[in-house]
Design a protein around this ligand. Structure first.
Ligand code: UDP
Length: 251
């Protein structure tokens, strides 16, 4: 949220946004599962073309340092990292306050409730989320990719976690803000859900909303996340179809 260039309108007189979308329209999303050979699970997402996010999962595996071991369950570790070339103004490499916070809410909030960690005592599951290119909404894209990578690694889960944001621009509640909308809009509300049980696992808000607007934004973000969930299922199916075809081809 920052001071906007004079005269910039985020919604035009026909109700269209600057990238041509309608108020409740998601950006186009592409997902692929199993893209890294040396990870136990992986996924790649392009969200709106301009967000490019890779997730890799290792584990369950032995923990180093050992004192972090839990006798009754696996521990989940998450690192959200932005590549220096991922944003317009070069991002200094390494963790900053924002990425530490995002890693933390993705771990404990968004992903952990979905995992059956007690099945793997004394081990660690490591999730790496690499933002190769950013255009707003990287945490929801990261959560969505990480959950696919966890499923790809064969980690038992209660449900996939799907995420999406809604927000307020030019006084209107809209779905899935892009970079200009995030910069010059009034609010952004990222939400992660486990659709099977109607659970919300992450809910954040940046900016200002009335109670009614907040509820509208949350409802809209949940709808968006449900659409993302369908795409996740398709991406997983596609991967297993490919494997099945390969097996058939070898017979
Ligand atoms: N951003 C940036 N430099 C940074 C951090 C963020 O240019 O160091 C941009 C990036 O495009 C990001 C957007 O600001 O996607 C919005 O960031 P926010 O913290 O709202 O998280 P996100 O929407 O990506 O989850």
């Amino acid at each position: 949220m920052m001071g906007r260039p004079e005269g910039l309108k985020l919604i035009d007189e026909n109700g269209k946004r600057i990238d041509g979308r309608k108020k409740y329209e998601l950006r186009p999303i592409k997902m692929e599962v199993g893209v890294l050979k040396n990870a136990d699970g992986s996924a790649y997402i392009e969200w709106g073309g301009k967000n490019k996010v890779l997730a890799a999962v290792y584990g369950p595996r032995e923990i180093h340092p050992k004192h972090l071991q839990r006798p009754d369950r696996a521990i989940l570790r998450v690192r959200y990292n932005m590549a220096p070339f991922s944003v317009e103004e070069r991002k200094k490499p390494g963790p900053d306050r924002r990425s530490v916070e995002i890693s933390k809410v993705i771990r404990g909030g968004a992903l952990e409730p979905a995992l059956l960690l007690h099945m793997f005592p004394r081990t660690a599951i490591d999730v790496f989320i690499e933002i190769l290119q950013a255009d707003a909404g990287t945490r929801v894209a990261g959560i969505t990719a990480a959950s696919l990578a966890l499923a790809d690694a064969g980690i038992p889960m209660k449900d996939l976690v799907a995420a999406c944001a809604a927000g307020k621009i030019d006084g209107e509640i809209v779905l899935d803000l892009n970079k200009e909308e995030d910069n010059y809009g009034e609010a952004d509300v990222p939400v992660a859900i486990m659709p099977l049980k109607n659970d919300i696992t992450l809910l954040q808000m940046d900016g200002y909303l009335t109670k009614e607007e907040f509820l509208e934004a949350v409802r809209l973000a949940i709808k968006g996340a449900k659409a993302v969930y369908q795409k996740q299922r398709e991406a997983l199916k596609e991967k297993y179809l490919k494997i099945a075809q390969e097996v058939e081809g070898n017979e």
